[in-house]
Design a protein around this ligand. Structure first.
Ligand code: ADP
Length: 435
């Protein structure tokens, strides 16, 4: 920074005064001489003030006009301050732009409201979730635009300790959680977050716990009932005793398979991808499942297999076995004795398919979208008869997802069903035979 040049200013004044004193020495007209000097100095000062005024008002973007002495220093100082101000303004503007950009890109709605409750700024998400348009709605009262009564009460209460949960004004299916905080001198910053998915997950979790408890309680109640009968009565009839023990065994097997399915499902959901992946001979796998299904003691059904033994699938043996077993056992369970189940394994130019078709009871079309939900059953009473847990198709869906596959279901009531596992060709391996 330059040091203000007072010396040169005093020199300048002396340049005016010394001639005036010399004139006075010769002509003895001191007052006039002084008046002349002061007027000249004032005029010069006035001219500098005019230049500064003109420069500040019309040309402040340019460097200051040249001037000597103290005025030169003043021009330079003002110019330097002006430049610092501009730089500071640009820096602040950049910080504000940065903050606005980051708020603008938020998935949550963000709204800035001044102390009178008028909107100052809002982001794009605020338009989607709250119906606020920026800049069109600037300066409007927020409560005039978001007219949900519970929101108006909350916003005007000025007590924002707890967030507010409410329906989105534009679409009541969307649930919002609103947070408001004060900042600056009474301004408010409001965030609204879409919590529809979180709410749904919470609901699903609650339903899941309720379902598991119910599924476990039912067989436990039956076992308890039989145990009480055994405890309170002296049963000497061996046939009756055998029936009771059989019933208890059946229920305990039911609990066991439920727990097994739950453990498998939770592993499928939590472990991202099966560690062990091999080339699997699908036809041999299906054949071994067929033998198990025939031996399951569910009565006579014809199970036929057809497929291309040259195509194998890269995947996890245990997971695929469990998925295909569920489909084939389901086909057996939901087909009357003497029915026919056909399993085929083939590929076309798009995908590879494992198809299980039965001519069983079939499923009403409106159940199809929900079949893979956990514990979803078409007919609860019948499922209990068949010993199903309601988790089989959820397991199938997860296993297929982990193999980049998909499950397709076609069914007609009274005619039968087809469950198709669709795999991408990238998962298949074609065997080449040597003669
Ligand atoms: P479950 O253990 O009850 O069989 P799943 O998840 O395997 O549970 O199947 C869900 C429901 O889908 C079953 O309760 C049954 O109503 C229906 N379902 C599954 N497979 C078949 C099929 N092949 N034929 C008719 N209904 C079926």
């Amino acid at each position: 920074m330059r040091i203000i040049n007072w010396k040169s200013e005093i020199k300048l004044l002396l340049c005016f005064l010394i001639p005036a004193l010399i004139i006075d020495w010769f002509f003895d007209i001191l007052p006039w001489a002084i008046l002349l000097v002061v007027s000249a100095y004032l005029t010069w000062t006035f001219l500098q003030l005019r230049r500064i005024h003109r420069w500040l008002n019309h040309e402040s973007h340019k460097p200051p006009p040249y001037s000597s002495g103290i005025w030169g220093d003043i021009f330079d100082s003002i110019y330097r301050l002006e430049r610092q101000n501009k730089e500071e303004k640009l820096r602040l503007q950049a910080a504000v732009d940065y903050l606005r950009d980051s708020f603008a890109s938020l998935d949550d709605a963000a709204v800035m409201v001044n102390k009178r409750g008028n909107i100052e700024w809002s982001n794009v998400a605020a338009e989607n979730l709250l119906g606020l348009r920026y800049p069109d709605d600037t300066d409007q009262q927020l409560v005039n635009l978001v007219r949900t009564p519970e929101f108006i009460d909350y916003f005007e209460s000025r007590n924002y300790e707890d967030p507010l949960d409410m329906d989105a004004p534009k679409d009541p299916r969307i649930k919002l959680q609103v947070h408001v905080t004060f900042f600056g001198e009474g301004s408010r910053l409001m965030f609204a977050r879409d919590i529809t998915r979180t709410n749904k997950l919470m609901e699903m979790r609650t339903d899941f716990v309720a379902n598991v408890s119910h599924e476990l309680r039912t067989p436990l109640t039956v076992i308890n009932g039989y145990l009480e009968t055994l405890h309170d009565n002296d049963i000497s009839d061996t046939d009756r005793l055998k029936r009771i023990v059989e019933q208890m065994l059946g229920q305990s097997h039911r609990m066991e398979s439920l727990v097994k399915d739950l453990i498998l499902l939770s592993r499928l959901e939590t472990v991202p991808e099966a560690m062990e992946q091999h080339e699997i001979d699908i036809l041999s796998l299906i054949e071994s499942i067929r033998i198990e299904a025939m031996a399951s003691g569910r009565g006579e059904r014809l199970i036929t297999i057809e497929g291309d033994s040259a195509i194998s699938l890269m995947g996890n043996m245990d997971e695929l076995r469990s998925a295909f077993t569920n489909l084939i056992i389901n086909a057996v369970k939901y087909t009357e004795e003497g029915g026919h189940i056909h399993v085929s394994w083939y590929r076309d130019k798009n995908n590879a398919y494992l198809e299980v078709t039965d001519d069983g009871i079939g499923i009403d079309r409106h159940h199809l979208p929900r079949l893979t939900e956990r514990f979803y059953r078409v007919d609860t009473s019948r499922s209990i008869d068949t010993g199903g847990t309601g988790l089989g198709l959820a397991i199938v869906k997860h296993v297929l997802m982990r193999h980049q596959g998909d499950l397709e279901v076609n069914s007609t009531i009274g005619e039968g069903s087809t469950f198709t596992c669709v795999f991408p060709l990238s998962r298949t391996v074609a065997q080449s035979y040597t003669a």
